[in-house]
Design a protein. Structure first.
Length: 285
């Protein structure tokens, strides 16, 4: 691939997915996009760039989906899910006792293991959540992985990665060489295509946001912008969980660390005040 073609692809992917690729990532581009060339009968990656410049929508989607990382597994990194079960859910049960409503966002949900892990934890807590309306919104840039998530079928390898045996037995049924997750869990999740670079105000307000292991692929300005807009979509007393290698420090003042729980963030006082200003004082009469 020529240097101009590589530069074009780097800019193209940055603009459409936020993916920031350094010059050293040429090997990654070639390994992931050569199969796309074969799929669309294109001889070289230079030809692929020509097709992208011609706005071939089918190729555009295939390229973005091939380059965005979809690595995930059930209860990935475990600690955030323990925190959800032991800290965030008890907090929410107390804070939302009057409304009995809870909204959770799994951003960059990939093939569904994260939102399904949350759904299993909520099912396990069912006695404490009787009469509650709970919604999990799961979004991803890739329509391909969202379709897989909606279908709810996983390979033997996938259910062996991070999923406790007792939950596999309880919430999955084996069908041939695959495992299907309980459709009742699927009914708890609203899977939607979403590019985090684009506005997401239409999603509404959330009490808990999981946005893990996606910001690491963005440059600093993009990280700052996404975090600022996540804070705007967060309830005043809501919480955000990021990946172990991610932070808000130096990126935004709208979110601050929760001192007692590593990887957990809440709205800053200034951010909450800006989103929910106090009513003007009435003059004395």
């Amino acid at each position: 691939m020529s240097d101009p073609a590589f530069d074009f692809l780097r800019t193209y992917l940055k603009d459409r997915s936020g993916l920031a690729l350094g010059p050293e990532k040429l090997y990654l581009v070639e390994s992931r996009l050569n199969p796309i060339c074969r799929r669309f009968n294109l001889a070289t990656l230079n030809d692929l760039c020509t097709a992208l410049r011609a706005s071939r929508r089918d190729i555009e989607q295939a390229v973005v989906e091939a380059m965005t990382t979809n690595e995930t597994f059930f209860f990935r990194d475990r600690t955030p899910f323990d925190m959800f079960r032991d800290v965030l859910l008890p907090r929410a049960i107390t804070a939302r006792a009057a409304t009995r409503r809870l909204r959770i966002w799994s951003a960059a949900a990939s093939s569904g293991q994260e939102p399904y892990s949350l759904a299993m934890l909520l099912k396990e807590a069912a006695p404490r959540l009787a009469g509650w309306h709970i919604e999990i919104v799961a979004t991803d840039l890739s329509t391909e992985v969202l379709e897989k998530a909606k279908a709810g079928f996983y390979s033997h390898f996938e259910v062996q990665r991070g999923l406790p045996a007792q939950l596999l037995v309880k919430y999955f049924s084996q069908q041939g060489d695959r495992w299907r997750i309980d459709p009742a869990l699927g009914s708890m999740i609203d899977f939607r295509p979403l590019n985090l670079l684009q506005p997401f105000d239409h999603l509404g307000t959330f009490d808990i946001v999981f946005c893990r292991n996606v910001l690491i692929y963005f440059d600093m300005p993009t990280k700052s912008d996404v975090l600022r807009r996540i804070a705007k979509a967060l309830a005043p007393d809501g919480a955000v969980l990021l990946g172990a290698a991610e932070t808000v420090i130096g990126l935004t003042d709208a979110l601050v660390p929760d001192g007692a729980n590593r990887g957990l963030y809440r709205k800053s006082v200034a951010s909450t005040a800006a989103a929910h200003p106090a009513p003007p004082m009435r003059a004395a009469v």
